[in-house]
Design a protein around this ligand. Structure first.
Ligand SMILES: [Zn+2]
Length: 354
């Protein structure tokens, strides 16, 4: 009888309370929620100095999208070793990576649904997430791109423009250039095929690929300091910097504030842009030599750990250094410039909060 009642309760519960990842849009970005977001962000403590004279343990968790290629256990272990060595070499911190297990990506995100429903994260996600099947959000995308173009000096813009017709900072022309490129790439990425019948941006999976959802999860998690997913972060939001716009929305990794760990921050690193053999990636990224694959991914981890351990700011315009974001998906060229010894040695800006 007791069992029967529990069963019945579960059925009623599942009918009333969806376990799915909640979808947030502009309607969630109310004035009230905005105030709560501002209060929340103000309440996040400023980042403290992390002494390089201490050995740090980094808890690593793998978040798996089973529809797509993943590393073998052996490869993960080799990657962990490479990352901890490189953090020592490039950043001067002594760290060890400790595996704390793996979880299915949908399961992981559903588990955070209470986090996503907190008013401040409803605002953060709802305000910035662009649902490109909606006209209004396409207009917002256009504005986002126009702003990024306006804010970027011509010397940097021209690094991203392959159209030889554009010879100076003509804002409307350059905005159109990036807008149409963005839509083409965004759609190509969303249609990347997984095992058998799956495409990348499908149903609930779309939310697991979005910058804002990962950002909220990183704020709130107490499970790990570094997440590695074989999935991707590739969506549209109204805060994309130019180098993300140029890649059709792809972000290789995120370092975000964290409310629980000693680093006051947590990282997600994505593998798909590096390991996918899909034709989109093969042409946008090119071939990465087998022997360089782990070092290249590890250099991306060094970039994120530069944010996390040294509190480094984001850079788009330094000469080759791990803190400079790679242009497009040319990870191997970016890596090559860094190890060719063109490392920037001047002072690097730091952050008070991510
Ligand atoms: Zn960065």
């Amino acid at each position: 009888m007791r069992k029967y009642r529990v069963g019945l309760l579960c059925i009623v519960f599942s009918l009333v309370c969806s376990r799915e990842i909640p979808v947030m849009g502009k309607k969630n970005a109310t004035r009230e929620n905005k105030e709560k977001w501002e209060k929340f962000y103000d309440s996040v403590p400023e980042l403290k100095y992390l002494s390089p004279n201490v050995r740090y343990e980094i808890r690593v968790k793998r978040i798996i999208d089973s529809r797509f290629d993943n590393f073998s256990e052996e490869k993960y272990q080799a990657l962990y070793k490479q990352i901890s060595d490189d953090i020592g070499y490039y950043l001067g911190y002594n760290v060890s990576l400790k595996d704390v297990g793996s979880e299915d990506i949908i399961h992981f995100f559903r588990k955070q649904r209470k986090v996503f429903k907190q008013p401040w994260f409803q605002y953060m996600i709802g305000q910035h997430f662009l649902h490109l099947d909606r006209d209004e959000d396409r207009r917002r995308l256009h504005k986002t791109i126009e702003k990024a173009v306006t804010d970027t000096p011509w010397e940097i813009l021209k690094l991203y423009i392959t159209d030889k017709e554009i010879k100076n900072k003509d804002i409307p022309a350059i905005t159109e250039y990036f807008y149409s490129r963005f839509l083409t790439k965004y759609s190509a990425i969303g249609n990347i095929k997984g095992n058998v019948k799956y495409i990348l941006r499908q149903g609930e999976y779309e939310l697991t690929q979005h910058y804002t959802y990962w950002s909220a999860a990183l704020y709130a998690t107490s499970e790990a300091d570094l997440f590695i997913t074989n999935s991707i972060i590739a969506g549209a939001d109204d805060q994309m910097p130019l180098y993300v716009i140029n890649r059709g929305g792809i972000t290789s990794g995120i370092t975000e504030n964290n409310l629980h760990n000693k680093f006051q921050g947590a990282i997600v690193l994505t593998l798909m842009p590096f390991i996918s053999g899909d034709s989109y990636f093969n042409s946008a990224r090119g071939n990465i030599y087998d022997s360089l694959l782990l070092p290249v991914i590890s250099m991306m981890a060094v970039h994120e750990f530069g944010h996390l351990l040294h509190r480094y700011d984001e850079y788009y315009d330094l000469p080759a250094t791990p803190q400079n974001a790679p242009v497009d998906l040319k990870y191997q060229d970016w890596y090559q410039h860094i190890i060719d010894g063109k490392m920037y040695s001047g002072p690097i800006r730091t952050l008070k909060k991510y």
